[in-house]
Design a protein around this ligand. Sequence first.
Ligand SMILES: [Zn+2]
Length: 194
Amino acid sequence: MTAVEFPILGTEPLAVELANTLYGAGEARIDFLPDARRVGEWFAQVSERHGVAVAMGPHAARVRMLRDCVHALLSAAVEGRVPDAAPVRRVNDFTAAAPTYLRLDWSGGARASRWTSTVTGTVTGPAAVLGSIATCCVELLTGPQADRVRRCQGPGCSLFFVQNHPRRRWCHPSCGHRDRQARYYRRQHTPGAS
Ligand SMILES: [Zn+2]
């Protein structure tokens, strides 16, 4: 069996990777998670990096609901507008099931010189998995990276990414390459252009 091709960038927060399974816009929109099998395959591909060990295929409808909410919120973020109330409310419903909590680790003896807070995930079920992704979305949109969410400027590309370099304009170097090729082509084929 060959691996299914998903628009997984491999560099982004899991919430961004999930939003990117809804690709393009309007008539040309592609849903990379149309059924339970594809949902299961997507989670299998991201599980190694993100530690999701739950079979999510049977919960495809919930996965797509969260995905659509995150997509709507990231779209609002890159467009600099306030999103509809519905995706905000739904994402908060999902985060309520998140298993993440802070743990105090004080192991320096009587005169502990520092406190270490540890985020510990105890992901045991599908609601917890989706809660973690929703939390990831909230952290992204409320944290220091909130104004660095971007949409790729490559030709026909709509993927979201978190800009980790001031000049990064593309989701992936291959999109930058295609973008430069397209500009070069337009220059060569535009009447009057030299
Ligand atoms: Zn791109």
